[in-house]
Design a protein around this ligand. Structure first.
Ligand SMILES: Nc1ncnc2c1ncn2[C@@H]1O[C@H](COP(=O)(O)OP(=O)(O)O)[C@@H](O)[C@H]1O
Ligand SMILES: O=P(O)(O)OC[C@H]1O[C@](O)(COP(=O)(O)O)[C@@H](O)[C@@H]1O
Length: 304
């Protein structure tokens, strides 16, 4: 089983209007509440790839109920811990420019945290736990890291989609894959890259520090996969990018879902690249037909 973890999911309140006049009453043309959160995006793609998965995390209040209702409607299996505070609402203003206001998130009690940690007792060898998205203010900053010993003891694999020191702190536990984009990779080491070769030297350092596989994504410019044996490259798919939201989550989901089925990181990279592009080419998270349409474009070449 694959478990996605979204500790701070959201209802995204998407407001569409021509223009925002600050200090005045503005009226929308369209509005909708949509279930959001990075782990939930991963679950959506896994469903499209027909990979069984369960969404874990915390939900509460009337907003939490609506979020779970929407997931049920999309047939996304979930087993959230119910909290007494409300799941947050993130405001996404789509006017001349896109403005996002992401709320900090609900209060989570120690008892609720314990109930979440108890979920980890269900883990079995071969399971994969994918953790993505921000923490709520009441969770300690090392929350993800604190789960890793239990996950590894169960013989399960994990992925934490994070950046900076929080990412480096996961490496000693040997994540199945990490996926910095090329800017995040440069920031991790405080450098700039003047060639792909230099970039690959830094990606190799992350393998040496413990990552089992490293994908470096470069939006439309393609990406690289480093495994313990080989380095692979794939060019970016050609298409019209309409929305970058969730492209990274989709790439991770494509890799993890495929690896779970095939144990083949190269094939995971191919499907991951297609899922990322398919999501970039659509307004929402991609569906299977959109992923299938992009897939023939993705050619993975072994470069060493
Ligand atoms: N404009 C684009 N054209 C083609 N593929 C894209 C585009 N943007 C994103 N992708 C796909 O999505 C993946 C992740 O996108 P990227 O922007 O690099 O990640 P992140 O969202 O994590 O920064 C890329 O490796 C690529 O496969
Ligand atoms: O957990 P965070 O970082 O606050 O982000 C939550 C937001 O992430 C999303 O899942 C997608 O965000 P991105 O634009 O960063 O891909 C939104 O639906 C949600 O509001």
């Amino acid at each position: 089983m694959i478990y996605t973890v979204t500790v701070n999911p959201a209802l995204d309140y998407v407001l569409q209007l021509e223009k925002v006049n600050r200090g005045e009453v503005n009226r929308t043309n369209n509005d909708a509440f949509l279930a959001g959160g990075k782990g939930i995006n991963v679950s959506q793609i896994l469903n499209q790839l027909s990979v069984d998965n369960t969404a874990w995390g915390f939900v509460g209040g009337f907003t939490g109920k609506e979020l779970v209702r929407q997931l049920n409607q999309k047939r996304i299996e979930s087993d959230f811990v119910t909290i007494s505070d409300n799941t947050r609402v993130n405001v996404k203003i789509h006017a001349e420019k896109e403005t996002e206001i992401n709320a900090a998130g609900p209060n989570i009690t120690d008892q609720e945290i314990t109930a979440f940690k108890d979920r980890l007792n269900d883990l079995k060898k071969g399971d994969i736990v994918v953790m993505s998205g921000s923490l709520t203010p009441s969770l300690p900053t090392d929350f993800y890291q604190s789960l890793l010993p239990t996950i590894k003891e169960a013989g399960a694999e994990f992925v934490v989609d994070t950046t900076g020191q929080a990412l480096l702190d996961t490496l000693e536990y040997k994540p199945l894959v990490i996926k910095p984009n090329h800017h995040e990779l440069a920031d991790l080491f405080g450098v700039t890259f003047d060639s792909s070769d230099v970039m690959l030297e830094y990606a190799q350092k992350l393998l040496d520090m413990g990552a089992q596989n490293v994908m470096v994504s470069m939006a439309g410019e393609g990406g690289f996969l480093l495994t313990k044996d080989h380095v692979y490259h794939a060019k970016g798919a050609v298409g019209t990018a309409v929305n970058s939201v969730g492209a990274g989550d989709s790439m991770i989901a494509g890799f993890v879902g495929t690896y779970y089925k095939t144990q083949d990181p190269k094939e995971g990279f191919r499907i991951g690249m297609a899922c990322g592009a398919a999501t970039a080419f659509t307004k929402d998270i991609a569906v299977k037909s959109q992923i299938d349409a992009v897939l023939p474009q993705i050619k993975v070449e072994q470069i060493s």
